[in-house]
Design a protein around this ligand. Structure first.
Ligand code: GLY
Length: 557
């Protein structure tokens, strides 16, 4: 059982209390800071900001802009994300998710027969929502920053202008993507901008540097108004896209109240809608507590994987029906995380047999490529930030003259009820396309607290598998007492109702567990998830890790 958590066997079917993060008890200062980052450039830049006296939010803003330069597959100014903050004893959630443009409409990805047009929401000029990242960083800075905005953006300007030495994994990712675009005959301008990305060579991005300078000098107006907005709108117009200047001027990042719930003697501070992840991880963790045998289950054993897969089916049936942008759709957060509902919802689960997929309906009686980083500062403040342009390299479209990649986040909407998106997720009314609406997300930045002290900061990329990576990272730490390194590098798995009886696994379960699951009737799909970046506070000592499969770097200092 986890060292920093109460032994879970002593917790008798603990009660889920959903509340809002309103109280304020100052966090305990620490003797260390830590960053767990998806690449070395962002890790070094965030560390430097903390050493200059900036707080975790300042470091996060710098990291976000640096990643827009050095991690083009996911870091961005052309996408969006969620920043979960625990600062001075209080929680905050900066929602900078993209929105559908004014001219978007429910059936925009359907042909005349009402069928979904392949790839239209994934590649090219029609795939993008209105970017939210710059507005998100601006809002986070206004509310929580301490260093000057210009100082926070400058490291990214320098890396774009002077260039950076390309890590071999990035060069390989770029060349694979260019080959993929050619093979699929996808006509976007990605190669024109990224053909010079070569391993261990310096790569400069002058157009992006000029855009970042306008952001550095004019704040969010340097993106949503003036020259950058003109360039984006003109580029869109020339290529038949629908994002216009009013869409850009009208974009607003929002500060929302994080979900906060008691679990196993801890407070789980997590992401509210339009993230589906916060509700999903609470459903998953609570149903696991309710259904696991008293003797517990061995980590990643057949029964453990099966039980969590059965729970996943129910979580994803609810996700498809009830979850969407809370500004457009009334999401029943309390009902979905209510302990009595979850008892009833998990009652029929057998520990030995697979339930019939078609019989798992939404339960209420009456709904890849992303990147994540975690930061803890010496004041005991924490940031969990997940940001995305959706698939690796987004829509494949670079805004000419502004030098940044646009997202393909429109695919996270439900293009047609019951039809799977690129992650195999289905949805209906709650997540249908409407102008200005935010598409449902699986991004789940999460912080565990005890006595209002940060105990764990976690998050991951990976589309719908994000949710599994996050709740499994929590179970790995709480239930199985793993170090940060073990948490991020342990095999993970994911089941999301559809496709039927498929368990996806990342890093890989053991051969015997895979054979037993196959015998039960599951099909095992070995597939990449995303790289976890975790910080654990073990009795005042920080432990940080970035998953070895990525090119991440974590530092405790
Ligand atoms: N684009 C992945 C997500 O937000 O879920």
């Amino acid at each position: 059982m986890g060292l920093f958590f109460a032994p879970s066997k002593l917790i008798v079917k603990s009660v889920l209390v959903l509340q809002f993060a309103a109280f304020s008890v100052l966090a305990q200062p620490l003797s260390q800071s830590a960053v767990a980052m998806p690449d070395s450039f962002s890790a070094d830049a965030a560390k430097s900001i903390l050493e200059q006296g900036g707080n975790a939010v300042d470091a996060a803003i710098t990291a976000q802009f640096v990643l827009a330069v050095t991690l083009p597959e996911a870091g961005n100014i052309g996408g969006g994300g969620f920043m979960l903050i625990q600062k001075d004893g209080k929680g905050d959630f900066i929602d900078y998710r993209e929105t559908a443009p004014t001219a978007a409409h429910r059936d925009m990805y359907l042909d005349e027969q009402g069928n979904v047009i392949a790839n239209k929401s994934i590649y090219g000029i029609h795939a993008s929502g209105v970017p939210g990242s710059v507005a998100g960083m601006w809002l986070a800075h206004k509310k929580h920053g301490t260093l000057k905005w210009e100082e926070l953006v400058q490291p990214a300007v320098t890396l774009a202008e002077q260039g950076f030495v390309v890590p071999p994994k990035l060069a390989k990712g770029v060349s694979n993507y260019i080959a993929h675009l050619k093979e699929q005959k996808i006509n976007v301008n990605f190669e024109k901008y990224f053909a010079d990305v070569k391993a261990n060579k310096v790569f400069k991005q002058p157009e992006l540097a000029a855009t970042l300078k306008r952001i550095r000098d004019n704040g969010q107006d340097g993106f949503y108004k003036g020259e950058t907005a003109n360039i984006i709108a003109k580029f869109m117009h020339q290529h038949g896209g629908i994002i216009n200047q009013d869409d850009l001027k009208g974009y607003t990042a929002k500060s929302r109240t994080p979900i906060k719930a008691s679990w196993n003697g801890y407070e789980v501070l997590t992401s509210p809608p339009p993230s589906s992840g916060g509700i999903a991880i609470l459903q998953w963790l609570k149903m696991y507590e309710l259904q696991k045998p008293d003797a517990g289950l061995a980590h990643n054993s057949t029964q453990y994987v099966h039980l969590l897969s059965e729970i996943g089916k129910r979580v994803f049936a609810d996700r498809a029906e009830y979850l969407g942008d809370p500004d457009f759709f009334d999401v029943p957060v309390n009902a979905l995380t209510n302990i009595n509902y979850l008892k009833e919802r998990s009652n029929g689960i057998s520990l030995t047999a697979i339930s019939t997929t078609e019989n798992i309906k939404p339960g209420l009686k009456e709904s890849e490529q992303t990147t994540h980083f975690s930061i803890v500062d010496k004041m005991g403040n924490a940031v969990a930030n997940t940001t995305t342009i959706n698939l690796g390299f987004g829509s494949g479209v670079v805004v000419e003259g502004a030098g940044f990649i646009l997202n393909d986040e429109m695919d996270d909407f439900s293009a047609k009820p019951g039809v799977m998106n690129v992650f195999g997720a289905i949805g209906g009314k709650a997540n249908e396309i409407q102008p200005h609406k935010r598409m449902l997300s699986s991004m789940t930045p999460t912080i565990l607290l005890k006595d209002n002290t940060v105990k764990m900061v976690t998050g991951s990329p990976g589309g719908t598998t994000i949710i599994s990576s996050v709740y499994e990272s929590i179970l790995n730490a709480v239930e199985f007492d793993m170090t940060a390194e073990q948490v991020v590098n342990s095999p993970r798995f994911h089941h999301q109702l559809w496709p039927k009886n498929i368990i996806r696994t990342h890093i890989g379960l053991t051969d015997s567990v895979k054979a037993e699951l196959t015998k039960m009737g599951y099909t095992i799909d070995e597939n990449h998830f995303g790289d976890l970046h975790v910080i654990i506070n073990k009795e005042g000592q920080l432990d940080a890790a970035s998953e070895a499969s990525g090119r991440g770097k974590s530092i405790v200092f």
